[in-house]
Write a protein of this length. Structure first.
Length: 403
């Protein structure tokens, strides 16, 4: 295959590039800046730079078509929220190219946390009680309902922008700094105590072909995982297949769900309709087989498999030394880094380039660094330039489905 992997700044994009390239595929990486980590893997045939899908959508689509033509690409694999722009403009992509992600309608239902809650209810998967608020008065009323609460925007990601009065993030964000609107509402839920359980799935023609369930024993700033431990997939596989069946029985792509394990019961929290670091726990042959769809039963990652982003774990051990140093030192000595066995260290050396890119965006848009690192590739529910009338209607329907 001749494959284009977009948003190559991400660790999971780098892992996909390594898996695909090591199997003899012709792989091209692309991102909005030349220093993206995955764009410097030795498993690439080439790397390219595109315009921002969020800020320059027409030029982004033109750049993707240029890359497809120049490298005779037959498959595009999005790894972040550029998937929405590609799915909304799929009719404008080069003829014959395969886009390995779901339809815009399906992706939008998953990404909007309000419509996602409706989907989860219809699929019969457990969820916490949920209130959607569209202004500050409704927000105050909703959080007053729950002695312990958890709130976030319907379009949010990466553990950024969370309002809660419980747990390690309590007080990190003030209610006065939250401004829900009808266009950008917030969800309020009772704080569901328990460890976060994440999943990564490959789906082909509506069937889960690979499932990884994992926890993040080490996190950066209590949000983004930097160490990953595989857990049992029995229940999450059941729930994932139910959600796919309810969403779209023809869905093909990669999906990632977050659950909370509350006294042994898993409650669905949100979906990232894209890959996450769970893919790193899959062996190369397992991923490739799942990607092809040629499996009799879903491939499951065995509990106990561990990986870490070693540089981030090392940095975190000094950011909060009292809390993390002992655990981090153990992980540094005993847990394989995500690059273990790949002999591709040059790529990881470009990791700080994403921080520099994020810092530039944070300065220009007055956003926090973690949030700004993906600011040029996210989608927050706005109409997309050039989208079809059908997809525009689907977007309005998603908004109408909010709890």
């Amino acid at each position: 295959m001749r494959i284009l992997v977009t948003s190559s700044r991400n660790t999971f994009a780098l892992d996909l590039i390594r898996k695909l390239g090591s199997a003899g595929n012709y792989v091209v990486a692309a991102d909005t800046f030349a220093g993206a980590m995955g764009s410097h893997s030795r498993f690439l045939a080439a790397h390219e730079v595109t315009a921002s899908p969020r800020f320059e959508t027409d030029q982004f689509i033109a750049d993707v078509n240029r890359i497809v033509a120049a490298h005779q690409i037959d498959t595009i694999i999005p790894t972040f929220e550029e998937a929405f722009y590609l799915a909304a403009r799929v009719a404008d992509l080069s003829e014959g190219v395969r886009l390995f992600t779901g339809s815009f309608s399906a992706l939008a239902q998953l990404h909007d946390k309000g419509s996602f809650q409706r989907l989860v209810e219809r699929a019969g998967v457990p969820i916490p009680e949920t209130v959607v608020v569209s202004d500050e008065e409704e927000l105050h009323e909703a959080i007053a309902r729950f002695p312990q609460f958890f709130a976030r925007a319907v379009y949010s990601r990466g553990g950024v922008g969370l309002l809660t009065n419980t747990g390690p993030l309590a007080g990190k964000m003030a209610v006065e700094d939250c401004h829900p609107t009808p266009e950008q509402p917030w969800l309020v839920q009772p704080f569901t105590d328990g460890p976060m359980i994440c999943t990564y799935s490959v789906i082909v023609n509506g069937r889960v072909t690979a499932q990884c369930t994992y926890s993040a024993p080490e996190q950066w700033a209590h949000s983004t995982g930097i160490a990953f431990l595989a857990e049992d997939s029995t229940k999450t596989l059941e729930y994932t297949q139910k959600l796919v069946d309810e969403l779209d029985p023809t869905f093909t792509g990669q999906l990632s769900f977050d659950f909370v394990n509350h006294h042994g019961e898993l409650y669905a929290i949100e979906c990232n309709p894209r890959p996450t670091n769970g893919v790193i726990l899959l062996e190369t042959a397992e991923f490739l087989k799942a990607f092809s769809g040629e499996v009799d039963e879903p491939i499951l990652v065995h509990p106990g498999v561990e990986r870490q982003v070693r540089l981030a774990v090392f940095a975190d051990s000094f950011a909060e030394p009292v809390k993390h140093l002992k655990t981090s030192l153990h992980d540094l000595l005993h847990v394989h880094d995500i690059g273990h066995g790949w002999h591709d260290s040059l790529a990881m050396m470009w990791g700080p380039a994403a921080l520099v890119h994020g810092a530039k965006l944070a300065d220009g848009h007055r956003e926090e660094l973690l949030k700004a690192m993906g600011a040029d590739i996210v989608w927050n529910g706005e109409p997309i330039t050039g989208m079809t009338d059908e997809d525009a209607a689907a977007l309005m329907n998603v908004h109408a489905q909010r709890v």
